[in-house]
Design a protein around this ligand. Structure first.
Ligand code: CAA
Length: 301
């Protein structure tokens, strides 16, 4: 009887999680997993990257206590559950779940999962945080693609409430259900989407971002006024150009190039975006994008 079959993956069984990539998204994912009571191993290919990620999580947890969002003992317990691990193999050993949050390169993601397939146990759920790449193509790097799903988080992960769970044609239904349950354990709201280019959020979000850049390029208004239009006129928490600085101009350019190829010319990147990326103006992380940023992440103009 189908109903009596044990689900292969179950969110409440996940006690240990491996997060591959300790950058903007990876350290945020490790943060929310540790707060949900999961033991987290954080790995980064860059030597010292995982330790730096753990340091950022510590600061964000302390800020949560300062803001009255977290009890001090809850934050300390979460910190104690996170470990920076320098060896990929060690990070994946005996884990219940691998979440990958490395840069948006299909070949890198495929080879990461081929390695995780070798090092992680068979029962481990595999999830990619890709924001637009085809999840089925990432999954096909595994011997069993059915155990991989997309779990697309939003920046800043410890604040944003959404996770897009992406299922592909071969996903095991219990892997999808597990990702939904895990999202809920993180205190977030899941939406389930098909493996279509840009899913729901990247495709919609980028339309506004690219049009704002074209308007900036054409001199319709200043960056600050375009952003204010969406903040005060539409109630967005942040304008599309400031959001582009937060996400990273390189990240948005990569998604735009991919969606132009996959969907069509509506997503053609504006010249200003390509020019800024070529000049190393990647947004908040590089100190300049559509705005200038101080080293401690404050907007200068
Ligand atoms: N721990 C716990 N809670 C925290 C926290 C911390 N360290 N830091 C902040 N918070 C809480 C605050 O207490 C506040 O909670 P309430 O709403 O309950 O009061 C909330 O988080 C917002 O924080 P702030 O008031 O300090 O900050 P803000 O109001 O200036 O908002 C922002 C900052 C959340 C970034 C907001 O501007 C925003 O939502 N911007 C849009 C972000 C966005 O669109 N992200 C998605 C980008 S796209 C993406 O990531 C996907 C991709 O694929 C590229």
């Amino acid at each position: 009887m189908y109903g009596a079959r044990m689900a292969r993956f179950a969110a409440d069984k996940i006690q240990t999680m491996t997060v591959i990539g300790a950058g903007t998204m990876g350290h945020g994912i490790a943060h929310v997993a540790a707060l949900a009571g999961i033991s987290v191993r954080l790995f980064d290919a860059l030597a010292g990257g995982a330790a730096a990620g753990v340091g950022k999580i510590g600061k964000n947890l302390d800020k949560g206590v300062e803001l009255g969002k977290l009890a001090a003992d809850v934050a300390s317990a979460a910190k104690a559950r996170i470990r920076a691990v320098e060896s990929f193999t060690e990070a994946c050993a005996d884990t219940d779940c691998v979440i990958e949050a490395i840069p948006e390169r299909l070949d890198w993601k495929r080879s990461t999962f081929a390695d995780a397939d070798r090092d992680a146990p068979e029962h481990a759920l595999m999830a990619t945080n890709t924001s637009s790449l085809p999840v089925a193509e990432i999954a096909s790097a595994l011997r069993d693609p059915s155990r991989l799903v997309g779990m697309h988080f939003f920046n800043p992960v410890h604040v944003m409430k959404l996770v897009e769970v992406v299922k592909h044609p071969d996903s095991d239904p219990s892997a999808v259900a597990c990702a939904v349950g895990l999202t809920e354990r993180f205190g977030k709201t899941p939406i389930t989407v098909a493996d279509a280019p840009g899913f729901a959020s990247s495709r919609l979000g980028l339309v506004i971002g690219l049009e704002a850049m074209r308007m900036f390029e054409q001199g319709v208004a200043s960056a600050a006024d375009i952003d204010t239009a969406m903040k005060l006129g539409y109630g967005h928490p942040m304008g599309p150009l400031e959001l582009t600085d937060l996400v990273g101009l390189d990240v948005r350019l990569g998604i735009a190039d991919y969606l132009t190829e996959a969907i069509g010319p509506n997503f053609t990147p504006p010249r200003v975006l390509r020019a800024k990326v070529e000049a190393g103006k990647l947004g908040k992380k590089s100190g300049e994008g559509f705005y200038r940023w101080s080293a401690d992440g404050k907007r200068i103009d």
